[in-house]
Design a protein. Sequence first.
Length: 588
Amino acid sequence: MYRSKTCGELRMNNVGEKVTLAGWVQRTRKMGGMTFVDLRDRYGITQLVFNQEANAELCERANRLGREFVIQVEGVVNERFSKNDKMPTGDVEIIVSALNVLNEALTPPFTIEENTDGGDDLRMKYRYIDLRREVVRKNLELRHKFCIEVRRFLDSKGFLEIETPVLVGSTPEGARDFIVPSRMNPGCFYALPQSPQTLKQLLMVAGMDRYFQIVKCFRDEDLRADRQPEFTQIDCEMSFVEQDDIIKTFEEMTKYLFKTVRGVDLGEQPFLRLSWNEAMRRFGSDKPDMRFGMEFVELMDVLKGTGDFGVFNEAAYIGGICATGCAEYTRKQLDELTNFVKSPQIGAKGLVYARVNEDGSVKSSVDKFYTPEVLEKLKEAMQAKPGDLILIISGDDAMRARKQLCELRLQMGSRLGLRDKNKFALLWVVDFPMFEWSDEEGRLMAMHHPFTAPKPEDVEKLDTDPASVKANAYDMVCNGVEVGGGSIRIHDAVLQAKIFDVLGFTPEKAQEQFGFLMNAFKYGAPPHGGLAYGLDRWVSIFAGLDSIRDCIAFPKNNAGRDVMLDAPSHVDQKQLDELQIDLRPTEA
Ligand code: ASP
């Protein structure tokens, strides 16, 4: 028996007990004739005491312990003289009678503390040491709890957890596939699933009725803080349902998870639902952060053609937001905001502002082009009060200008402290457009994926005006993050073929890529629909993290590399030969 207790469980009622503990040396300190060692395991930290007078040899050995040595001790639980109320075990200590070094350790490359001195790359290279830090470990514990509760909830609703293969064929979901060569089928490749989308639909055709899976998905995309090349979805599908049934089920699950995992009661009220059009109009985003207001006000009537400002007179969109109490912003602060919206990522041409003074008068950066009456109208349209700052963005591409204003709104929300990580604002965004135009591809693309059903009343517009067709698709948004999304699916082979046609697939190409699905639909496919949650995003929101990386045990860095395993890496020529793959010489 290596231990009788963990390092997190001893309390006053254990005083006098003889115990054996095992763990890592967090730190040692010498004070007079005493040596104190903090012993750590996953469960907590317990203080060990060695007394020079009582046992000099043992105390000497304790003095030689290094950080992160793995040790085992035997001793008696004692009430501490000076208690530490910051630690759950802070009332007690162990008077050690036997010490056994199980394994020595090199000095770790960074400190195992909440605020470690290790930079990101170093922490990732030695992730097994990084994971010993309580802050990181807690995220994994949260993730575990989250998954357990997801399973508990879905099981109670009759969902079956079914695994789908990882080596599949390519299914387009908007990203690039990772592909895997097949030795037994030279020249052929598997693709790793971007999601189990078509497979879960086939499970519905198979009569499984309610499916879920906590599953790895793979997308070869450019990476950002909330993206990883492999990530985990809570993937769900249901038969004989409409959009409302799915929304109801998963709203209930969300409330359940908030309560059991995060200790937050979201109340009885159903979540807000915004149509995609409305979300874009009021917030310039299909995932608006609703923790604060600062809604867009369209100012085309007020500012276009009512003065000599050419930029506005040519704009396809002019919109403003009103920042309460910011009229006193300094020149420097306004320059910062202007530089922010003009930065390459955001790409606005400029920022126009107007301060509402204490006497109600308006002072703007474009005063010289407008009469005081127009500026008064601006104030009214914005419902601005004395002390407010009006910020205005315009552009010749309305959608782009809205997105720029959205970034500015988020920036102001952060500056004003309105994006509190302990506040949660959830909503559904519904009625997405079916298609979006891709300049890169020169064709319409599915906004969600090609298996999404159009609104029944829009089906006839597929021939005449496909860009105006709305989809039976929905996203769940929390604090400005898309945490989940899904749709009602097409279950009719003819309609599915029609969508492939609109998306520019020839019938032959559609058959080649999706014949398996369209054929399955000919053998009795039930109406069905579902969604998938991004597990990593959910957990990082619950944990209050800025990046999904810290809730993943072994994440990849921004270049998609695992710096600990040094992957991806080159393979032996022998492996390439077996796969019949010739590499082109890389340019030096
Ligand atoms: N497969 C979809 C996705 O990964 C989710 C869904 O439609 O269920 O986004």
